[in-house]
Structures are given as C-alpha cells and as structure tokens.
Ligand binder design. Sequence first.
Ligand SMILES: [Cu+2]
Length: 324
Amino acid sequence: MRLLAIGLLISNIVFADLSHKADRHAPIGVMGDHTHEKGSSMVSIRYMKMNMNKLINGSDYQDEQDYKDDNNKSMIPTNMDMSMYMIGGMYGLTDKITLAVMQGYIANDMEMSMAMNGMESESSTSGLGDTKLNVLYDIVESEDLVVVGLAGVKFPLGDIEEENNDMRLGYPMQLGGGTYGFNLGLTAVKFIEDYSFGAQLKTLINVGNNDEDYRLGNEHGFNAWASYMPIDSVSISLRVERKQFEKISGQDEVMHTMMSTTHDTAYSLRRFDTAYVGVNYSFQKGMLKGHRLAAEYGKLVSFKVADFQLAPEENFTLGWQKAF
Ligand SMILES: [Cu+2]
C-alpha cells in the first residue's frame, strides 16, 4: 500500500514535469490542444500575419486578364494583408475541464485595381474580431498520449458593416461573421521518446442569420503534425493543414455584387491546404521559467476555390505563452 502511494506520488511528480517540455504544446497555429490542472491558468498573445497577392480560381493561379475574361466585375483584387493580435486565456476549472477564451484584434489592408483602366484603390479595416469561448475536456492524459475534446461558442463581436467611401466592403474585409457559432474539436497527440505526432479535427458551425441577412459558411479544419524535441526546451515541427469553408448563405444586400468577386458570395466555397514549419521554445529555468515562445511559418501548397480571389500564399505566427 505504502509502495503504491509512493509510486503514485513519483508518477505524479514525473507527470507534472511534462508540461514544461516544449512539445507538450502543439505548434503555435494549433489551438485547443492541451488543458491545464485545476486552479492553474495561462495567458497567451499571438501575432499572425498573412499576405495575399496572387489571384486564383479553381485549382490554378490566374492573372488579371483571366479575371476580366471571366466576369464583368468592376474591380480586381490585387493585394491583401491581414494581421491579427490574439489574446487568449485558459483556466483549469477541474483537472479534467479547462475554460479557454480568445479575442482577436484584426487589421486588414486591401488593394484593388479597376478592370476598366487599371486605377488602383486602397481600403483598410481594423477592430475586434469575434470572441471564442471554449470548454476543453481531457479525454486521455497520460505520459505518452493526450486526447482533448473541445466544445464552445463563437460570439458575434466583430463588425460586419465596414465601409470605404460609403461603400460596403467585401466579405474578406469584414471583421466578424455577425452570427453565433458552435465550435467542436478533437485533438490527439502521441509521444514517442523525443518525437510526437498530433492530429486535430475542428468544425465551426455558424447559426442563424446576421443583421445583414447572411451567414458565413461552416468551417472544417484538419491538422496533422510531427515534432522533434532534441532538448526539453526546444521542439521543431512540421504540420499540414486542410481548411474547408462552405458557401455563405444569403447575402449582404448593401454590398454591390458587381464590385468584385469578393463582394459576391460565390467565392466563399473554398479549400486550402497549407504546410508549416514551426518551433516551440519553453524556458526551463531562471527568471523566465514558465514562459514559452513559439513561431510558425506556413506556405499554401494546394487549393480549390469556386471563384476568383486572392490566395493566402504565406502566413506567419509568433506567440508568447505563460502558465501560472
Ligand atoms: Cu494553455
């Protein structure tokens, strides 16, 4: 009995140590992959940047002439930069249940050129995005296997009436979806010595119609990654992600569909596959013990979209996390 108690104590101590290891957190672009012990919490800040400057349609890159040949829209999207600061908080309600809240601040810049004469125009939007509140549940938590379930709600905080010169901007320039949504997710990570292998399925189901009489399409995400941890403080990762967006239902009547393909809901049915390389760094001692830094770079590898739009060619995420 006593031996068992000591054994349990030791295994607990060994286990508690694991959370400091770099690969106990997924690559920084993956969220909802881990939980926290009862009473412990974590804050995180992520900076995400995406650059889009190539036209695509179907599964191919396109040029401005292709765009003009295909439709009569008056403007051609030529460049879009999106950056987001995301603040997250996690709190272990029990050893099994963790609450997680996330709030982004978004800044978008978009350039378009007039189909008729090539005249350039610019627009920008910025502000808070939609809020996400999730409950994470520890289905399995052992030394070599972690399985986490996720369920939560997306709150429609982000503005959907962003304009430029009194003209309603296209869907990608809006800051939120305007409706509630439900998040569901399942993440599993297997640890084998210095390696770990993770997979995550995620779905966002949007519900109802927003004030502008439309609803963004549901989003489905699949992630798989492998990471290698040469020392406890560092892990490097390779990840592939598939993101599928269903079509917008309804439409914003104030938006002029003839303005550009991103003012027309047809574009919104789309799928992107992205490959990532990333690094996690977990401070093991000294003043910064408990702090984590992570970065990830993603490059689009394949896509299938229903209408002309700008490809999310490259993205970069930098993150800081601190557990208490
Ligand atoms: Cu956390």
